[in-house]
Design a protein. Structure first.
Length: 201
């Protein structure tokens, strides 16, 4: 690659502040704001905060993972890098969305009898900055273990490649740091989330 199309030279805080809220018109004209107000009548107003500046860019990308049993790996002479220990899905209120990565992570870790404190690294995919901030607030995951090479806002969000891209990113960094385990989690729309707990082998 000779050029990163995701970079925006000349971007500054003033330019970011001028960006319109991405879903404000859709909320008003599409009826979503009314649905949220019905669901949460105590709200006095809705403020749409997601913009192109605090959201991931859609970029080109591809990733692959080869999954298999230990027996077949040995037969083919392949060196395993990591194993999936547990995974879980979660569903939260679709009116709010973006909140399910934390409950999915807690469920995946419970299945593996692990806690947040046991985890070396977290890859939290974010279409929006609030996803990672909410995840760290809800789980207590330390900032220096979350998206240590940047997340979707920094590197882009190739639709359809997210899962294998994040798993590969996590395993690469576990090897670089010579540490043992990590969690990949993401929101997948309409209040749903998924998390996978991985250990190096």
């Amino acid at each position: 690659l000779d050029r990163d199309e995701h970079m925006r030279p000349g971007t500054d805080m003033a330019a970011l502040a001028r960006l319109p809220a991405a879903f404000a018109d859709m909320g008003r004209k599409g009826g979503f704001d009314n649905i949220v107000k019905q669901r949460y009548p105590q709200l006095t107003h809705l403020e749409h905060v997601h913009t192109g500046g605090n959201s991931s860019g859609i970029v080109d990308g591809a990733a692959a993972i080869l999954l298999g049993s230990k027996r077949i790996g040995r037969k083919l002479g392949l060196q395993p890098r990591a194993r999936i220990v547990s995974f879980a899905n979660a569903a939260c209120d679709p009116c709010i969305m973006l909140t399910a990565p934390a409950p999915a992570t807690f469920a995946a870790l419970a299945r593996a009898k692990k806690s947040i404190a046991d985890i070396d690294l977290f890859e939290v995919n974010e279409a929006f900055a609030s996803v990672v901030l909410r995840f760290m607030s809800e789980t207590g995951a330390p900032h220096d273990r979350v998206n240590v090479n940047g997340g979707g806002i920094a590197m882009g969000h190739p639709i359809g490649a997210t899962g294998p891209m994040l798993v590969n990113t996590l395993v690469d960094e576990l090897e670089r740091r010579d540490v043992g385990n990590g969690v990949v989690t993401m929101c997948v729309g309409l209040g749903m989330g998924v998390a996978t707990y991985i250990e190096r082998v």
